[in-house]
Design a protein around this ligand. Structure first.
Ligand code: URA
Length: 217
C-alpha cells in the first residue's frame, strides 16, 4: 500500500486539520463539517494528479484549446455517518463520479471496550474496472475498512483502490496494509501514533460523527 501523508508537507491543509482537533472550534459543527469537506477537496485534488487522462479539444467562443481530462471512471464510496462531509468534498471536485454508501457501527457488548464492527447496508454501483475512492474519515483500528472491503467484493473488481482518510492511527494503517491489495493508495491528512482502549485515535479529534451531526444514544 502506498501512503500519501499530506502532513509531511506544510500546506493550508494543516489549518483545516488543526481546526477539527481544537475543542473550542469543534463547538461549531457547521465549521467542523465544512472543514472535513475542505479536507476532502484537498485530498481529492492531490489524488487527481495520479489518475489517467485523455486528450480533449475544448471549443471556446474564440478558438480551440487542447487539454487533458480525467479518463478514469471514479466511484466514491463512503462510510456513514462521518463519511458524509468527506464524501461531499470529494464529490465537489469529482462531480461526474458514481456514488456508494455503506453503514457501519461499532457494537460494544455491555459497554465493554472491545467491539465488533457491524456493516449492514451497502448501496453501490458496479466497481468493475473503475477507480474506487473509499472514504473512512477516521482510520482507527482498520476493522471497518476490512469489513467494507469484504462486502464490496460482490460489486466487482476495481482497477485501483484509493482510501481517503482525514486522520489515521499508526496501528490501523499497519493493520490494513496486510489486507488491501498491493496497488492500494492511502491519501491521508495526518497520522497519529496510537489508539485508546476503546479504539479512538490519540490525540485525534474525538468522535467525528458526533462532532458533525450531534451525539447519538
Ligand atoms: N471514529 C472516530 O470518530 N474517532 C476516532 O478516533 C476513531 C473512530
Amino acid at each position: 500500500m502506498k501512503v500519501h501523508n499530506l502532513a509531511e508537507q506544510n500546506s493550508i491543509l494543516n489549518q483545516f486539520i488543526s481546526e477539527i482537533r481544537d475543542t473550542q472550534i469543534q463547538k461549531d459543527s457547521m465549521r467542523f463539517r465544512r472543514n472535513i469537506e475542505r479536507i476532502g477537496e484537498v485530498l481529492g485534488y492531490e489524488l487527481s494528479k495520479t489518475l489517467n487522462y485523455a486528450d480533449k479539444t475544448v471549443i471556446t467562443p474564440l478558438g480551440k484549446k487542447d487539454t487533458q481530462l480525467v479518463k478514469d471512471k471514479v466511484v466514491i464510496c463512503s462510510i456513514l455517518r462521518a463519511g458524509l462531509p468527506l464524501h461531499q468534498g470529494l464529490l465537489n471536485y469529482f462531480d461526474k463520479a458514481e456514488n456508494g454508501f455503506i453503514s457501519a457501527y461499532r457494537k460494544h457488548e455491555n459497554n465493554a471496550d472491545d467491539f465488533e464492527v457491524v456493516v449492514n447496508y451497502f448501496a453501490s454501483p458496479s466497481l468493475d474496472g473503475k477507480v474506487l475512492i473509499l472514504t473512512d474519515p477516521m482510520l482507527a483500528t482498520g476493522k471497518t475498512l476490512e469489513n467494507v472491503l469484504l462486502g464490496l467484493k460482490e460489486y466487482g473488481v476495481p482497477k485501483k483502490i484509493y482510501i481517503v482518510s482525514v486522520i489515521g492511527a499508526k496501528p490501523g494503517l499497519d493493520y490494513i496494509e496486510g489486507i488491501f491489495p498491493e496497488n492500494t493508495h492511502l491519501w491521508i491528512g495526518a497520522i497519529d501514533p496510537e489508539l485508546n482502549a476503546r479504539g479512538y485515535i490519540l490525540p485525534g479529534i474525538g468522535d467525528a460523527g458526533d462532532l458533525a451531526y450531534g451525539q447519538k444514544l
